[in-house]
Design a protein around this ligand. Structure first.
Ligand SMILES: [Zn+2]
Length: 237
């Protein structure tokens, strides 16, 4: 079952929670005096509203926001075993600027016909290489990097108070319906909307599973040339 179905199902049944979480670095921190209330219709989650104990409303996620959240997070994660196929994914190609670029070859001063293969740029050394030659690197280590990966996905999706820093993240952010809704708790890192979605994941007990999936989110899968990718390994160059 998808995380979206599991989390939404859990939240739909819980109606209201007073355990509200922000992220402090990589760790959940509880915001006291806050609540999230849900509405549902025909078995579907239709809204999530963040408000304080005095009834002041901070933010409401409507049905289309909830759908967009899952589409931009879990929907852009590849399966652990098939992440190399991401090279054929149109979204990934857009985020990492895959395009046809002219390559000029010369042998002993004689120019060969110009070829225009699909190319991509190595994220470390900026060499232009054919897409075929590119290797795919997990920006965060597959073991231990899960929470960094999740935080980066939240930032890329526009659910943090700060904007995405990385070019790939900025491209995802541009498409996000959350990009202009940045207000959040002073001293916190998530926006109010981010708090709403993060709380749902946390109280459904799915933070670990969500973070593990984020390792394979397309914003965390970068093209590297073979030399840069192998230099990260034991034998270096
Ligand atoms: Zn390189």
């Amino acid at each position: 079952m998808s995380l979206a179905l599991e989390v939404n199902g859990f939240i739909r049944n819980s109606r209201k929670t007073s355990s509200v979480y922000d992220l402090n670095g990589l760790f959940p921190t509880m915001r006291s005096g806050m609540n999230i209330e849900t509405t549902a219709a025909s078995g579907m989650l239709t809204s999530l509203t963040l408000y304080d104990d005095r009834g002041q409303i901070y933010e409401t996620a409507i049905e289309s926001d909830i759908a967009a959240f899952w589409q931009l997070t879990e929907g852009l994660c590849t399966a652990r075993t098939t992440y190399r196929a991401i090279k054929a994914n149109a979204d990934w190609q857009g985020v990492h600027a895959v395009g046809q670029r002219a390559i000029f070859y010369e042998i002993n001063g004689g120019a060969l016909p110009v070829v225009q293969p699909a190319t991509v740029v190595c994220k470390r050394c900026n060499v232009v290489m054919t897409l075929e030659a590119a290797t795919i690197d997990h920006r965060h280590p597959q073991s231990g990097g899960e929470r960094q990966a999740a935080r980066r996905v939240f930032r890329a999706v526009g659910l943090t108070q700060q904007h995405a820093r990385h070019p790939a993240g900025r491209i995802i952010e541009e498409r996000s319906p959350f990009k202009d809704r940045r207000a959040g708790f002073p001293g916190g890192s998530l926006s109010y909307l981010g708090v709403i979605f993060f709380t749902c994941i946390k109280i459904a007990n799915k933070y670990e599973a969500f973070a593990a999936a984020c390792i394979h989110h397309l914003v965390n899968l970068e093209p590297l040339c073979f030399r840069c990718n192998s230099s990260k390994g034991a034998w270096g160059y």
